[in-house]
Write a protein that binds this ligand. Structure first.
Ligand SMILES: *[C@@H]1O[C@H](CO)[C@@H](O)[C@H](O)[C@H]1NC(C)=O
Ligand SMILES: *[C@@H]1O[C@H](CO)[C@@H](O)[C@H](O)[C@H]1NC(C)=O
Length: 328
């Protein structure tokens, strides 16, 4: 009995500690955005990921706070999260498992933090479409991507602006990303770019190259090949400023890059075919079922009418039928 009371007291005091700390933390404003339940916790001087929101929250704006770390259990409670803004904090570390189970997360903004790496699981989240990593001034993005490959998230928009600002680095080799349409690489110091870095991005429509500087290690012709590659694929971008003359750089694109590009296009077509099939099935199956039902109903009604007519013509049949019905 004593133990029981002790446990209850402990639970109650834990609960009150939590409500107390939630009171002290200051309330986030709850509202609805596009029919999603949203919490505005912008600029609340928070040092940790708040645990004071409801489990059903879908949009959380924690931008402009003082969060330093994302721990494993910080997001566990919020499994319905679709949009999360953590930009403009001081996050320097994210636990490897912190985003495991964030299956509905579509947008994640981690820009303006102090991250040097992020957990590979971010590139595997099944719903993630927009990932902002910009202005983490010294992120080793090449290493991050290499550890995360192959990328499975259906990313549509990737922002890696201003992540290589001190030491010049290479662009990450993203591999196949048939879904990527917007790519922000602005403000980076780059070395040795080649078409390899864009070959698997066959849906790319917009590339932000503002303030990209290139320090050439190689012959520097890659710069022209990339410009030509992107222009011929109708990507909207500001061409890279190349230090050599174009006439000196008429090399062809490596055949392997074409192969990667073709494979990406193939994957895209396959996805399109699949989604078409799905739509067709979604439309055809119910219509087909309705038609069959209507036909069956029609024949059923017709048979009953015929039977009734017969009964009127032949009264013995009616007696027999009535008997049969009674037996049943
Ligand atoms: C790319 O990133 C820079 C810096 O983070 C930002 O100012 C710019 O608006 C971004 N471009 C796009 C198209 O979002
Ligand atoms: C590009 O760099 C220049 C000089 O460092 C800076 O003044 C300008 O604001 C930058 N532009 C953008 C869009 O970041």
């Amino acid at each position: 009995m004593d133990v029981y009371i002790w446990i209850v007291t402990l639970c109650v005091s834990f609960a009150s500690i939590e409500t107390l700390s939630c009171k002290r933390e200051g309330k986030c404003k709850i509202s609805r955005i596009h029919s999603m339940k949203a919490a505005d916790c912008h600029g609340k001087d928070m040092t940790q990921f708040t645990q004071c929101l409801g489990k059903d929250i879908e949009v959380v704006d924690l931008s402009f706070n003082r969060i330093r770390k994302l721990a494993k259990e910080d997001l566990t409670k919020y499994s319905n999260l679709k949009i999360l803004y953590l930009n403009d904090n001081s996050i320097a570390a994210i636990d490897k498992q912190a985003f495991e189970g964030s299956d509905y997360l579509q947008t994640l903004d981690l820009s303006l933090n102090s991250l040097t790496k992020i957990p590979p699981v971010l590139f595997q989240l099944p719903s993630l479409q927009s990932l902002y990593l910009g202005q983490n001034l010294n992120m080793n993005i090449v290493d991050v991507v290499e550890k995360a490959k192959p990328i499975k998230s259906p990313l549509f928009h990737l922002d890696i602006s201003y992540v290589m600002t001190e030491e010049p680095g290479e662009l990450p080799d993203l591999g196949f990303m048939p879904t990527l349409e917007k790519y922000n690489i602005s403000g980076n110091k780059l070395i040795s770019m080649t078409t390899k870095h864009f070959a698997g991005l066959c849906s790319l429509k917009f590339l932000d190259t503002t303030n990209v500087s290139i320090e050439y290690e190689e012959d520097g012709c890659g710069c022209w090949t990339i410009n030509r590659w992107l222009i011929s694929r109708k990507v909207n971008f500001k061409p890279f400023v190349c230090h050599r003359k174009e006439a000196e750089c008429l090399q062809d694109v490596p055949i392997d890059d074409f192969k990667v590009y073709e494979k990406c296009i193939g994957e895209l077509k396959e996805e399109l075919r699949k989604s078409k099939m799905k739509t067709i099935l979604l439309i055809v199956v119910p219509i087909g079922a309705a038609v069959i039902l209507a036909i069956v109903a029609y024949f059923f009604v017709r048979r009953r009418r015929k039977l009734k007519k017969k009964q009127k013509a032949d009264p013995t049949q009616e007696i027999m039928l009535n008997n049969a019905v009674k037996k049943a």
